[in-house]
Design a protein around this ligand. Structure first.
Ligand code: NAD
Length: 295
């Protein structure tokens, strides 16, 4: 099985390494040259056309809806060079509405399409243990499943095309509100002069335990703002969730507030920081430190 993989960033690079390690032939492309150089099993290419020519499966892992549209349908886009019966698997987190339009255009050109966004972060991408939320036909998923199994531990068909992206928006609503909840608990702990690491440990042992507290809590406390998952990508995802909610007349009050907190971080030039650095917003709101480096 030959794979064309496009988008070798924080997530795409560790994902494609696992695809290659599973024995698939991989042509790898990123707009930034050199990303696939000297990586065992990857053939670096310099155009989208080279990545997808002769590929049975084309995987995209790109930042946003516009990037995916450009790669699929722009000049030197996927649609111009793909084999007629190839499967496009978009693993980026993008608009479900645009996804359905992209799938129609790929189908009109003879191809098949799955949306397959992921959750689990860079650590999940490195360990090949992502959760993959799929939208599309079961037969198409069965065709690509061996490749997805090299990337994820849980592969769930949520529904038709766009359903994977819809589930990912729900995931991001829960993720963002959960991060804010951890920040808020830490902000109160700081105001009460409690030892944050002790509080974090206590929370991890009871009903407040969460992936965010376990994985991002230590980074908040140590003042590690590095990404991972960038603030700017979280704002992109919350924007998509709020847009979907608005189109269905669904109020998302907690998400709306958390979105504003993330926008405050953006306004402070923190777009490239990791998701966990939302605690900086709470430091400004409370005029207290959470990160121990500052205490
Ligand atoms: P990233 O910015 O680190 O990587 C994206 C890559 O795409 C970059 O290497 C960039 O050069 C490349 N790219 C952009 N436009 C391109 C184009 N036109 N042609 C070829 N390459 C192009 O982003 P990421 O963190 O890897 O995230 C990718 C997607 O996965 C996003 O939609 C994000 O929301 C989602 N996601 C990220 C995480 C995470 O923890 N980082 C977790 C789950 C989902």
């Amino acid at each position: 099985m030959r794979i064309g993989f496009i988008g070798l960033g924080a997530m795409g690079l560790p994902m494609v390494k696992n695809v290659a390690a599973a024995g698939f032939e991989v042509m790898a492309y990123d707009a930034v040259p050199g990303r696939a150089d000297s990586i065992p099993g990857l053939t670096p290419v310099t155009t989208v056309g080279e990545a997808v020519a002769g590929a049975d499966i084309i995987i995209t892992m790109l930042p946003n809806t516009g990037n995916v549209e450009a790669v699929l349908f722009g000049s030197d886009g996927v649609i111009g060079s793909m084999s007629p019966d190839a499967v496009v698997v978009d693993m980026s987190s993008i608009s479900p509405i645009a996804t359905r339009k992209f799938a129609e255009r790929i189908r009109a050109a003879g191809g098949r399409y799955l949306d397959a966004p992921v959750s689990g972060g860079v650590s999940g991408a490195e360990s090949g243990k992502l959760s993959i939320m799929v939208g599309g036909e079961i037969e198409t998923l069965d065709f690509v499943r061996p490749v997805l199994q090299s990337i994820g531990k849980a592969i769930t068909l949520v529904g038709g095309v766009g359903a994977g992206q819809g589930a990912k928006l729900c995931n991001q609503v829960v993720v963002a509100c959960n991060i804010a909840a951890v920040c808020e608990g830490f902000a109160l702990a700081s105001a009460l002069d409690l030892d944050l690491e002790t509080v974090r440990t206590v929370l991890a042992q009871g009903a407040a335990q969460s992936w965010m507290g376990d994985n991002l809590g230590p980074k908040m406390i140590s003042g590690d703002d590095s990404a991972g998952f960038r603030i700017a990508l979280q704002v992109k995802d919350l924007g998509l969730a709020l847009e979907a909610a608005k189109s269905e007349s669904v109020p998302l009050p907690a998400t709306s507030v958390v979105n504003s907190l993330y926008l405050e971080a953006m306004a402070h030039g923190e777009a490239a920081n990791g998701n966990q650095s939302l605690h900086r917003v709470y430091e400004r709101l409370t005029n207290r430190t959470i990160a121990q480096e500052e205490q």
